[in-house]
Write a protein that binds this ligand. Structure first.
Ligand code: NDP
Length: 453
C-alpha cells in the first residue's frame, strides 16, 4: 500500500471503527485512484476522495411493529444518503439480520461509482434494516414495511432520494412500502423503483441485474473472440439476481450447475434447465422455501450444507469456465479464488456487491482473468431503475424490447468505459481500476463545479 492510501485508511478506520466492509470498499477505490490523483492535483486539493467517503447524511431510526401474536418487535432502520453530485440519491433497501451501519455505508459508497458508470443522472444511497423477512407472514412483513416507511417517507422523494430493492426486498416489500408512502404523502410518484407493472413499474426491472451481469460477461468474452455458448457456469444465491442470471445464461446456451442460499448449495451436473429454474422461482418467490428442496425433487442433484464457518465454500470448487457470484458480500475468499482458478474459471462477473475479498480480487487480477467487479457488472439493475424513473416522469411506459435494448447498450458502454479508463491509467484489462476511475471522474468534476458543499 502506498503512503497516500495508508494515511487515508488510518483516518478512515479511526473515524469509522468496526466497519470492516466499508474499509474494504474504500481501500479498493483509493488504490485504483492513486494515479488519477497524481495526474489531477485539482482533485487532491479539492479533497474529493475525502469528501466522497463522508456520507452527506445518515438517517437511523426505530422501527417498531407487532407480530401476528400481538408481540412488539423493535428493529433498526437506516438510510445512507451518500452523494448527490450528479442526481438524487439512488440505491436499494436491504432487509437482512446482518444489516448494520458499516455494511450499508459500503453499499452506498459503491453505489455512487456504479450509478455514475450507468451514465444516468443518479447519486448514490443505500438503506435497510436488520429485520429478517424469513419465516414472517405476509401481514407481518406488511406491518414492518408500513412502520419503516412511516419514518423513511420524511427523507425521500422522487427528486430527493429514490430507494429500490436489494436482499430481502423484492416486489412484495416494494408494494407495501409504496402503499404506505402514497397514503401518508397523498401523492402517486416514482419515489421507489422495482414497482409492480400496473402501478408504475418498468418491464425488465426484475430481470435487469441478472441479465446485465450476463451481458457484461459476454462483453468481456468478446475481447477474446469468445461467447458464453457451451460454457459451464457456477452461480451462487437463488434470489432475484441468481434467478435472472440463470435465465439469461440458459438463453445464451450456457450450462449452469450450481445455486445456493444461506444454508448451502446444490450441484446439478446435468445442468439447471428452464423447467428446473421455474421450480426454483416458485420455491423462492412464492413458497419461500430452502434450496435443499431442489435436491429432493431432482435426484441427479446433490445438496451440500454450508454456513460460512468453513475455510472455503465447496460451491466454488467445481470444474467450470465462468462464475456469477450472486448472493452476498465476501462470499469468495482467497481459498475460494484459488479453487476457482484451479478448476478452470477464467470469467467472473459479479452480480452481488463486493462478493470477493481483497485477497481474492488480487489473485484474479494477478492471473489476468476476465474479472468484472460488481460496480460494473451488476449496474444493470440500477440502470433500469433509472429508466423506470424516466418512464414515471413522462408517465409513458416503454416496451420490453426498448428497455432491454437500452440495458444492453448501457452494459456495453460500462464495459467500454472500464476498458478505456484501465488503459488510459496504465493497467490494461484491469476492470476494477477502469470501473472505479470511470465512475469517479464524472462525480469528481460535478463536485468541483458545485463548490464546497
Ligand atoms: P435476494 O434477497 O433476492 O437473494 C439473496 C440470495 O443470497 C438468497 O439466495 C440468499 O439466501 C442469499 N444470501 C443472502 N445473504 C446471505 C449470506 N449472508 N450468506 C449466504 N447467502 C446469502 O437478493 P438479490 O438477489 O436482490 O441480491 C443478491 C446480491 O445482488 C446482493 O449482494 C445485492 O446487493 C446484489 N445486487 C442486487 C440488485 C438487485 O437489483 N436486486 C442490484 C445490484 C446488486 P437466503 O434466502 O437463505 O437468505
Amino acid at each position: 500500500m502506498s503512503q497516500f492510501v495508508d494515511d487515508l485508511m488510518m483516518e478512515v478506520k479511526a473515524k469509522n471503527p468496526a466497519e470492516p466492509e466499508f474499509h474494504q470498499a474504500v481501500q479498493e477505490v483509493a488504490e485504483s485512484l492513486e494515479l488519477v490523483l497524481e495526474r489531477h492535483p485539482e482533485y487532491r486539493s479539492a479533497k474529493i476522495l475525502q469528501r466522497l467517503i463522508e456520507p452527506e447524511r445518515v438517517i437511523m431510526f426505530r422501527v417498531p411493529w407487532l407480530d401476528d401474536q400481538g408481540e412488539i418487535h423493535i428493529n433498526r432502520g437506516f438510510r445512507i444518503e451518500m452523494n448527490s453530485a450528479i442526481g438524487p440519491y439512488k440505491g436499494g433497501l436491504r432487509f437482512h439480520p446482518s444489516v448494520n451501519l458499516g455494511i450499508l455505508k459500503f453499499l452506498a459508497f459503491e453505489q455512487v461509482f456504479k450509478n455514475s458508470l450507468t451514465s444516468l443522472p443518479m447519486g448514490g444511497g443505500k438503506g435497510g434494516s436488520d429485520f429478517d423477512p424469513k419465516g414472517k407472514s405476509d401481514n407481518e412483513v406488511m406491518r414492518f414495511c408500513q412502520s419503516f416507511m412511516t419514518e423513511l417517507c420524511r427523507h425521500i422523494g422522487p427528486d430527493t432520494d429514490v430507494p429500490a430493492g436489494d436482499i430481502g426486498v423484492g416486489g412484495r416489500e416494494i408494494g407495501f412500502l409504496f402503499g404506505q408512502y402514497k397514503r401518508i404523502k397523498n401523492e402517486f410518484t416514482g419515489v421507489l423503483t422495482g414497482k409492480g407493472l400496473n402501478w408504475g413499474g418498468s418491464l425488465i426491472r426484475p430481470e435487469a441485474t441478472g441479465y446485465g451481469a450476463v451481458y457484461f460477461a459476454a462483453e468481456m468474452l468478446t475481447t477474446r473472440n469468445e461467447t458464453l455458448e457451451g460454457k459451464t457456469c457456477l452461480v451462487s444465491g437463488s434470489g432475484n439476481v441468481a434467478q435472472f442470471t440463470t435465465e439469461k445464461l440458459l438463453e445464451l446456451g450456457a450450462k449452469i450447475v450450481t445455486l445456493s442460499d444461506s444454508s448451502g448449495y446444490i450441484y446439478d451436473e446435468s445442468g439447471i434447465d428452464r423447467e428446473k429454474l421455474e421450480f426454483v422461482m416458485d420455491l423462492k418467490n412464492r413458497r419461500r422455501g430452502r434450496i435443499r428442496e431442489y435436491a429432493d425433487k431432482y435426484k441427479e442433484a446433490v445438496f451440500t450444507a454450508f454456513d460460512g464457518a468453513q475455510e472455503s465454500n465447496p460451491l466454488w470448487d467445481h470444474k467450470a469456465e465462468c462464475a456469477f457470484p450472486s448472493a452476498t458480500q465476501n462470499e469468495i475468499n482467497e481459498k475460494d479464488a484459488q479453487n476457482m482458478l484451479k478448476n478452470g474459471v477464467y470469467v467472473v462477473s459479479e452480480g452481488a456487491n463486493m462478493p470477493t475479498t481483497i485477497e481474492g480480487v488480487t489473485l484474479f487480477l494477478d492471473k489476468g482473468i476476465l474479472y468484472g467487479p460488481g460496480k460494473a457488472a451488476n449496474a444493470g439493475g440500477v440502470a433500469v431503475s433509472g429508466l423506470e424513473m424516466s418512464q414515471n416522469s413522462s408517465r409513458l411506459p416503454w416496451t420490453r424490447e426498448e428497455v432491454d435494448n437500452r440495458l444492453q447498450l448501457i452494459m456495453k458502454n460500462i464495459h467500454k468505459t472500464s476498458v478505456t479508463m484501465a488503459e488510459r491509467f496504465g493497467t490494461p484489462g484491469n476492470y476494477v481500476n477502469g470501473a472505479n476511475i470511470g465512475g469517479f471522474l464524472k462525480v469528481a468534476d460535478a463536485m468541483i463545479d458545485q463548490g464546497v458543499v
